[in-house]
Design a protein around this ligand. Structure first.
Ligand code: MG
Length: 170
């Protein structure tokens, strides 16, 4: 479906948050990219906090529940599935409902590694997954001033806000 002309009553905002414990010798996936680090999330799937928070933001904006409703973590079918695979399923659902994503704003909370050298790569990855230009995908990085659990690198978290365009009302 071609993107219809925007009316203000077609806009919906959504937010999502995710946090994972960090452990030794797990790959650190952020936004579908592996970031070099000696710790990674102790997670059921790949523990990609950015993608998981993005999925919740998209589901929240569209009133379609949350990531646990769609991919229950006690279901063997979803054991070890990647964040990007789950995102693809959600994007397919939104596409069927003629939902268009307008922009994404996100924040990663991590004491280490320094994310500034990786931010553009992560933004490009998320933009590509969403089919958006990279200027519509924002990524900020925050530390936690050494306060636990994020500031002690025991955990990593992400917060994501999205704006979407819903189909015109009948
Ligand atoms: Mg998660």
């Amino acid at each position: 479906m071609a993107k219809p002309e925007l009316q203000h009553n077609m806009l919906r905002v959504g937010q999502g948050y995710d946090m994972h414990r960090l452990i030794e010798e797990e790959p650190l996936y952020i936004g579908g990219e592996v970031i070099p680090f000696h710790l990674g999330p102790d997670a059921h799937s790949d523990g990609d906090v950015l993608i998981h928070a993005l999925i919740d933001a998209l589901l929240g904006a569209t009133g379609l529940g949350d990531i646990g409703d769609h991919f229950p973590d006690n279901d063997e079918n979803y054991k070890d599935v990647s964040g990007t695979w789950m995102l693809e399923q959600v994007l397919h659902l939104l596409d069927k409902k003629n939902v268009f994503i307008i922009n994404v704003d996100s924040t990663i909370f991590a004491e280490a590694p320094k994310l500034s050298p990786h931010k553009l790569k992560i933004r490009n990855s998320v933009a590509k997954l969403l089919g958006l230009s990279v200027d519509r995908v924002s990524l900020k990085a925050k530390t936690a001033e050494k306060f636990a659990p994020i500031g002690t690198s025991e955990a990593i978290a992400a917060s994501v806000t999205v704006l979407v365009q819903m189909p015109p009302l009948d």
